[in-house]
Design a protein around this ligand. Structure first.
Ligand code: SAH
Ligand code: SF4
Ligand code: F3S
Length: 468
């Protein structure tokens, strides 16, 4: 059951506006900022909102963290290494602060939302001036004002977790491609995953707000919109069926945004209606990220994923029948507690059976507070390394097969930039999400170009512009 979201009230909005005014009137205020972002697209988009608010407070973005008066780390805690990397980089800044005492160091995002981590920051990381969790993002102006006026550390992780803050300013990183968050939080509680604990309960934005945002983006020349949510398929749960994900896609398709993508889709919620909308749309890309996590039914059960290998394969078959040429990508975890060699092999065979375009592969990382962290059967590190290396080889072989099969086909490529290796080449993504390089110049950036695929490299395809 989805919780009804509570929208940020007018009073709270005014409080933020007044904080911005006060900061702007201060002589001694930070003039530049730099944000370091870890984690998923959701976090990347949160950073765009943080940047938008800091710009409103009169600051400019510094390209290098060493030149900034305020450095903000927007953290992730989905796996242990994400957390360690963030803490390592924060600690590195402590040295810089010795020579530059006015430097403000802030940490925010998922890692901070964990109660034990907030505690640790208070006690062990005394050089951190400002810390706030995912539920307090929109309060950045007030938190910063408190820090600047009271000159004491500000740590804020509580507050209402089912809040939705509309209308925050956004400093978009890319002019042609934009993120729109359609829902927040997650209620799935996969047994390994910390996200439901740090992002709160599932809550969806109103369709009218999303469409309004999309219209604005379309007017500003955006070519591709990526809809974001931990489980976009349950968009609108709690609205008594009035607002659904297929319904939202239909409306967006009608608006005429050239390309629409979305992530992430939970396989258990991938409905026939959604497949139908994908099949009949003009603008939804023929790519789906459909995280399977494991190919073993027993492991899927322990993960609380609520589908079987067979359910998953049936949905893949339906998708491929309805949307010819659709590319599939996935997420895979090896060494879940108690995973046997045979169960691991089930994941390898699933990769071969589905034939993914690409996959993100992870070694299971125990997260405090989750169900799986209490399970027996930890797999030794050496064995996990062997498993992940083998799985990566399986995925690479699958990618190579897909890339080979693309040779001779036509693709529409949205040009993202100049190729890093050769300035006379440009690169971008086809509708399937695979990177394609071709001859071109800076003028092509942001255009959608028809291309014929001529050859395949390990991670990319090469193509030639089609004569029209
Ligand atoms: N909501 C999305 C993404 C969640 S996080 C989804 O359901 O797919 C992205 C990926 O991180 C997950 O798909 C999973 O493969 C991986 N992941 C999450 N928790 C993990 C953990 N404790 N250890 C290893 N990988 C994990
Ligand atoms: Fe985590 Fe599962 Fe929710 Fe994805 S669906 S965020 S893996 S709990
Ligand atoms: Fe994303 Fe990491 Fe948070 S994956 S939701 S930034 S824990």
């Amino acid at each position: 059951m989805q919780h009804q979201p509570v929208y940020v009230t007018e009073a709270k909005r005014l409080e933020q506006e007044s904080a911005i005014e006060q900061i702007l009137s201060m002589q001694e205020r930070p003039k530049s900022f730099h944000i370091v972002t870890y984690g998923c697209q959701m976090n990347a988009h949160d950073s765009e909102k943080l940047a938008g608010m800091l710009i409103q407070m009169g600051m400019t973005e510094a390209a290098d963290r060493r030149d900034a008066d305020l450095v903000l780390f927007n953290t992730c805690c989905v796996r242990d290494n994400a957390e360690r990397r963030a803490l390592g980089n924060v600690t590195w800044l402590k040295e810089i602060k010795k020579d530059k005492p006015e430097l403000i160091i802030g940490v925010c995002g998922c890692m901070v939302q964990q109660p034990q981590m907030a505690e640790r920051i208070l006690k062990q990381y005394r050089f951190i001036d400002l810390a706030f969790g995912t539920h307090n993002l929109h309060r950045l102006p007030t938190l910063l004002l408190n820090l600047l006026t009271k000159r004491t550390r500000v740590v804020s992780i509580s507050d209402q977790e089912n809040l939705i803050a509309e209308g925050l300013p956004v400093k978009r990183l890319n002019a042609h491609h934009a993120y729109i968050t359609i829902m927040y939080g997650c209620d799935n509680f996969c047994s390994y995953c910390i996200v439901p604990y740090v992002r709160g309960r599932e809550r969806s934005r109103k369709m009218a707000d999303i469409l309004h945002e999309a219209e604005g983006l379309l007017e500003s020349g955006v070519q591709e919109i990526m809809l974001l949510g931990q489980n976009v398929n349950s968009y609108g749960n709690g609205s008594e069926g009035r607002e659904t994900f297929p319904g939202l896609l239909r409306e967006l398709d009608r608006l005429g945004v050239p390309r629409i993508r979305f992530m992430t889709s939970h396989p258990k919620d991938l409905s026939d209606e959604l497949i139908d909308v994908m099949a009949n749309s003009s603008h939804i890309c023929n790519h789906l990220h459909l995280p399977v996590q494991s190919g073993s039914n027993e492991i899927l059960r322990l993960m609380n994923r609520r589908y079987t290998r067979e359910d998953y394969l049936r949905k893949v078959e339906k998708l491929r029948a309805a949307v010819p040429g659709i590319g599939l990508t996935t997420d895979l975890i090896v060494s879940f507690p108690g995973e046997t060699e045979a169960q691991f092999e089930d994941t390898c065979s699933l990769v071969r059976e589905v034939g993914y375009d690409a996959a993100f592969t992870f070694i299971y990382s125990p997260r405090e507070g989750t169900q799986a962290a209490k399970m027996d059967g930890r797999i030794p590190e050496e064995e996990s390394s062997r498993r992940i290396e083998k799985l990566i080889r399986e995925v690479e072989a699958s990618t190579a097969r897909v890339h080979q099969s693309m040779i001779g086909k036509d693709e529409m490529v949205l040009v993202e930039g100049l190729s890093k290796r050769d300035p006379n080449k440009i690169s971008g993504k086809g509708t399937r999400g695979i990177t394609v390089t071709l001859d071109g110049s800076a003028e092509d950036i942001g255009r959608i170009i028809p291309v014929t695929i001529t050859s395949a490299a390990v991670n990319t395809l090469r193509g030639e512009r089609k004569e029209r």
